[in-house]
Design a protein around this ligand. Structure first.
Ligand SMILES: [Zn+2]
Length: 304
C-alpha cells in the first residue's frame, strides 16, 4: 500500500505549527515527513491570520505533497456542521462568527478538517503517543486553559454535539469562581495557569514549581489544592468512562511528577470503586507537535 501524505496545522496563540505525516498500512505508525512553524500574530486580526495560514498551507503542500487532505487544530470551538467559530479563547480579535471552514476551503479549493486543539492532542497522544495501544484513553492539556478529550476504540469520542470531551468543564466546586464557559466552579476555573499562580502568590507557574522545589509552604499548598480539584474531575472520568490511562500534557505538565504525583494521589482518593493500580496518569510523549499531528490524523480519518 502506498503512503498517504497528510498535512496537520495547529493554530496556536503564539505560533502556528505544522507537520506533514506519511501514513502507510499501519495508521498507528505514521512517519514525520517534515515540520515547521510560523508566528500566528493574532493581534493583526482574523483576516490576516487566515491569509497567512492559506499561504503557508500552499507553500508546504507544494514542497511536500499532502495535497488531498489537511487538518487544522483550533484554539477553541466551532459549529461542527458549519465550521463557523463559536469561541476562540486564546486568540485576540473578533473570531466569533467567522466562517473559518468556508474561508479556508474557498481560498485553497480543497476540503479542510477542523478540530479543537485539545481533541487534536487527544487523537495524537491516544493513537501514536503516550496512549498508543490503549482502547480507551482520556487526555488533559494543562495550560492557560485546560483542554480535554476522550478516545474510544481508536476514535475520538465527540458525542451527540460534536464537542464532547471537555473534562475540565466538570463542576468540581459548586458556587466556585465563574469559569470562562459561564459555569461556576469548573475544574478549569480552579486549576488553570493564572489561578494556580495567584493561589501561590507567584507571577508564573514556573515560579510556583520552583517554590515547591524549595519547600515553600504556600506554593506546595497551591499545587495540592489545584491537584485536588483536578483529581475530582479525573476520578469522575476513570469511574464513568474507564480509560486505561489518562495522558497529561500542556505547559504546566512540564513540572512532571512534582505535579502529576499530587494529581495521582487526589484521583486515587476519589475513585474509590477502582483499585489504585487502575489509576494510571502518565505524561504526554509527543511534545509540542502533538496538536499538529492530531490535526493531520483527524484529516486522515475524515477521508477514510
Ligand atoms: Zn467551564
Amino acid at each position: 500500500m502506498s503512503e498517504t501524505r497528510v498535512l496537520g496545522v495547529d493554530l496556536g496563540a503564539t505560533n502556528t505549527k505544522w507537520v506533514v505525516l506519511g501514513i502507510g498500512s499501519d495508521p498507528s505508525s505514521p512517519s514525520l515527513v517534515a515540520s515547521g512553524s510560523i508566528p500566528t500574530r493574532g493581534e493583526e486580526g482574523h483576516d490576516v491570520v487566515i491569509e497567512r495560514l492559506v499561504a503557508e498551507v500552499r507553500r508546504v503542500t507544494d514542497e511536500h505533497g499532502a495535497a488531498d487532505r489537511w487538518g487544522l487544530g483550533t484554539p477553541g470551538l466551532f459549529d461542527p456542521a458549519t465550521g463557523v467559530v463559536t469561541i476562540f479563547t486564546n486568540l485576540p480579535g473578533q473570531w466569533r462568527g467567522v466562517p473559518l471552514r468556508a474561508a479556508l476551503e474557498d481560498a485553497l479549493d480543497r476540503p479542510v478538517t477542523l478540530i479543537n486543539d485539545a481533541r487534536a492532542f487527544t487523537l495524537a497522544e491516544g493513537r501514536v503517543g503516550a496512549g498508543r495501544g490503549c482502547a480507551v484513553v482520556a487526555c488533559l492539556t494543562l495550560g492557560t486553559g485546560i483542554g480535554g478529550g476522550i478516545m474510544i476504540d481508536g476514535r475520538l469520542h465527540t458525542g451527540a454535539t460534536g464537542i464532547a470531551g471537555e473534562i475540565a468543564h466538570q463542576t468540581v466546586l459548586p458556587d466556585g469562581p465563574t469559569c470562562g464557559c459561564g459555569n461556576p466552579g469548573c475544574a478549569e476555573a480552579m486549576a488553570r495557569a493564572d489561578v494556580l499562580a495567584a493561589m501561590a502568590g507567584r507571577a508564573s507557574v514556573a515560579k510556583v514549581f520552583r517554590g515547591v522545589r524549595a519547600g515553600e509552604a504556600r506554593c506546595i499548598a497551591a499545587v495540592e489544592t489545584a491537584a485536588e480539584y483536578l483529581g475530582i474531575a479525573l476520578a469522575n472520568v476513570f469511574t464513568v468512562v474507564g480509560p486505561e490511562r489518562i495522558v497529561i500534557g500542556g505547559g504546566i505538565a512540564t513540572a512532571g511528577d512534582l505535579y502529576l504525583d499530587p494529581i495521582r494521589a487526589a484521583t486515587r482518593r476519589r475513585a474509590t470503586l477502582l483499585p489504585p493500580e487502575a489509576i494510571r496518569i502518565v505524561p504526554a510523549a509527543l511534545g509540542a507537535v502533538a496538536g499538529a499531528v492530531g490535526a493531520a490524523l483527524a484529516a486522515y480519518d475524515d477521508a477514510r
